[in-house]
Design a protein. Structure first.
Length: 257
């Protein structure tokens, strides 16, 4: 024997015309859940990672229809991110059949691929571009869309000229994107122009704040590679129009601020 649900009975009791349309709308809203239509996965190094990079600020630039996941990790290169198993975890986020169906994977490496970093550095000619190609193919094999992002510029000047030491790695990534015909966000070019225009003094305001004298809890000394909150927001905003142009389907899902 089935017993009437008293709560439902009370709800129905007041759902008479002209309130019936209101009741229908309320019931529909209660049963509907907002499922993001698009997933964006960020893969990269510390200049994209949480707390030290722009990745989280970039995620905030997407509308509610986009699920943005920041999987960037500090100190990683095209070699070490895969070797430690982080790439396998990223692949699990883009397996076919998982919702949402449309996935874009933004890949930015270069800082730690430079020489001198044991277990991380890669040869610019024979390893770095090959590694990038492997990332692209892996993403495509999952039915997702790869988006290559050239490395964010460092912000050190000699006199009045910005030192663009990452330019060869940016050039190599551009070549891979052109060869494989995948979307490219040339963050290095745009960030270098912006930082050159602002000069050293203003560029230094984008860095993580130095620890206060005697503060033993802060492990991040002042540097001109990583980003504080101001720098993260600045470069996330810089990327919005570049992404809109490079990946047109994402244009309606981006916010200027």
């Amino acid at each position: 024997m089935q017993y009437p649900n008293k709560r439902n009975s009370r709800n129905k009791a007041w759902c008479f015309a002209p309130l019936s349309l209101l009741c229908f709308a309320l019931n529909l809203g209660a049963q509907t859940t907002d499922v993001p239509a698009i997933r964006v996965i960020l893969v990269g190094d510390s200049t994209m990672a949480t707390r030290t990079g722009y990745g989280d600020a970039l995620c905030q630039r997407f509308t509610a229809q986009v699920e943005c996941v920041n999987l960037a990790k500090g100190g990683r290169s095209t070699l070490s991110y895969r070797a430690e198993g982080s790439w396998e975890l990223a692949l699990q986020r883009m397996r076919p059949g998982a919702l949402p169906q449309t996935t874009y994977v933004f890949v930015q490496f270069g800082h730690n691929d430079q020489p001198g970093k044991l277990g991380r550095s890669t040869d610019l000619q024979t390893e770095y571009p090959v590694n990038l190609e492997h990332y692209v193919r892996d993403i495509q094999a999952q039915g997702a869309t790869p988006v290559l992002v050239t490395p964010l510029t460092r912000r050190s000047f000699e006199g009045e000229k910005l030192q663009t030491t990452l330019q060869p790695w940016a050039d190599a990534m551009v070549a891979v994107a052109n060869r494989m015909q995948v979307p490219l966000v040339d963050l290095h070019a745009h960030s270098a122009r912006a930082v050159q225009a602002m000069g050293q003094e203003e560029a230094d305001t984008l860095a993580m704040p130095p620890p206060a004298p005697g503060d033993m809890t802060t492990k991040n000394p002042f540097d001109r590679t990583h980003l504080g909150a101001k720098g993260a927001n600045y470069f996330a905003g810089l990327m919005v129009p570049i992404i809109a142009q490079a990946v047109p389907p994402l244009r309606p899902h981006l916010r200027a601020d």
